[in-house]
Ligand binder design. Structure first.
Ligand SMILES: Cc1ncc(COP(=O)(O)O)c(C=O)c1O
Length: 436
């Protein structure tokens, strides 16, 4: 859609607008530039995580405390990223840092099972009804790999069915294009039905497409997918790495799902690296060293004790009422952003899953990854990201934001105002529309 403001108020075209924002950014972040060029001599591209890069160079953050981040130039930002949904209670939350420090002081790599791991596993079993046993890894990616191995081992099949735009980690066999991975559009039951055959070991799904644009599943879509998977003798794997924070029992409790394997990560490590799979005792026992013909699964740092300790205290403070408050605050923020966009005549939509949001610069909310991609990676979205950074609001380049319990009412008001100002800067620029 093209807006038609009067000549007097016409803003620069996205390219020009982007150029002026980039120049402003360069002028304000010289310490980040220096840090980036130093890093580039040691780290390819000056970074170690593709998702977080943005031109001309990412901010070099120095510290994070609560809802505030500080960059190497000494500028403060309100944190609406929370390390991509993993910092439930904000940065350097003291109960988690204390628990981790206590674990480190006791020896956190003891090469034996430890009660700190058991305590976290017990908590997950108590909260998530489908989880009777837990097996730890070091990341969500590793947990997804373990889920795939377990599904293949249990079914004797090789192929996996996944959704376009679904993200289960950065390792094969979890990436589209990998042999043995069949990919179909999200929210498209016909496509699932056509692709499922008696060769598929497991269907992998997220309760909403997270990295794919925070796109909620249609009501009944995932229960139907689970039924179809089971009818074809495949396992149903639900990846709750992002979504576990949205409900005490994970989003599966809300969606009426009982997955064969639940993949977990992020929040369960309280800000430190961890991953886990959970599921029924009978299936998970295939990973036990005592099971004849079972699946061997090792990892030097599996279930690291500092992460287990930080994760336990983090979940203990994330009860139903804390989650309700967060989700309500996120709902209000989504409304405020949508209203601000409308006032600036920017056709933005905000998709939301619990306290995780994604701002899409499109007239309608995308329902699958292809639609979300069509309006991401545009100069306009890049301009929105830079305008927010220049106003002291830290968001992701792809438009995803999420809120932690560290953000108070004033912080959220400030975030809403910053979006309003950023949209005013964007007003008058060309807006791409969604493909049909
Ligand atoms: C749904 C989902 N699954 C798996 C992963 C991978 O987790 P990790 O980054 O800990 O490897 C992510 C990470 O963003 C994720 O969002």
């Amino acid at each position: 859609m093209t807006t038609t403001p009067s000549t007097a108020t016409r803003s620069p075209a996205p390219g020009t607008l982007l150029e002026s924002l980039l120049n402003e950014y360069r002028a304000r972040t010289q310490g980040s530039a220096a840090a980036h060029w130093r890093a580039a001599a040691a780290l390819p591209g000056g970074e170690t995580r593709s998702t977080t890069y943005h031109p001309p160079y990412p901010l070099a953050l120095a510290t994070g405390h609560g809802s505030r981040l500080r960059d190497v130039d000494g500028t403060d930002y309100l944190d609406l990223v929370n390390n991509y949904t993993s910092l439930m209670h904000g940065n350097a939350w003291s109960p988690a840092t204390r628990a981790a420090a206590d674990a480190l002081a006791d020896g956190a790599a003891l090469s034996s099972p430890h009660e700190r791991q058991v305590a976290l596993a017990e908590l997950l079993i108590e909260r998530v009804p489908s989880v009777e046993r837990v097996r730890f890894t070091n990341s969500g990616s590793e947990a997804s790999v373990l889920a795939a191995r377990l599904a293949r081992h249990a079914t004797g099949r090789d192929r996996l069915l996944m959704f376009d735009g679904g993200y289960h980690g950065s390792a094969p066999p979890l990436l589209a294009g990998t042999p043995d991975v069949v990919t179909v559009p999200y929210n498209d039951l016909d496509a699932v039905e056509k692709a499922l055959d008696n060769d598929i070991a497991a269907v992998f799904a997220e309760p909403f497409l997270g990295a794919g644009g925070v796109i909620p599943s249609h009501p009944d879509f995932l229960p139907a997918v689970a039924r179809l998977a089971h009818a074809h003798g495949a396992l149903f794997v639900l990846d709750e790495v992002q979504s576990l924070r949205n409900h005490p029992g994970g989003e599966q409790s809300q969606l009426g799902l009982r997955p064969d394997i639940t993949v977990m990560g992020k929040v369960i490590g309280g800000g430190l690296p961890i991953g886990a799979i959970g599921g029924p005792e009978q299936l998970l026992s295939l990973t036990a060293a005592t099971t004849t013909g079972g699946l061997s699964h090792s990892g030097t740092f599996n279930g690291h004790l500092a992460a287990a300790a930080a994760g336990t205290v983090t979940l203990q403070h994330l009860d139903a009422s804390a989650i309700d408050q967060l989700n309500l605050a996120a709902h209000k923020l989504a409304d405020a952003i949508t209203t601000a966009a409308a006032e600036a005549r920017i056709p933005a939509t905000v998709t939301r899953a619990g306290s995780i949001l994604n701002v899409h610069l499109s007239t309608t909310a995308p329902v699958n990854a292809a639609q979300a991609r069509a309006v991401a990676d545009t100069p306009l979205l890049a301009a929105l990201h830079l305008a927010l950074l220049l106003d002291g609001i830290y968001t992701t380049p792809r438009g995803m934001i999420n809120i932690s319990t560290a953000l108070d009412a004033d912080d959220l008001e400030r975030a809403a105002q910053a979006y309003a100002q950023a949209f005013q800067r964007l007003a008058g620029a060309e807006i791409p529309t969604l493909p049909r």
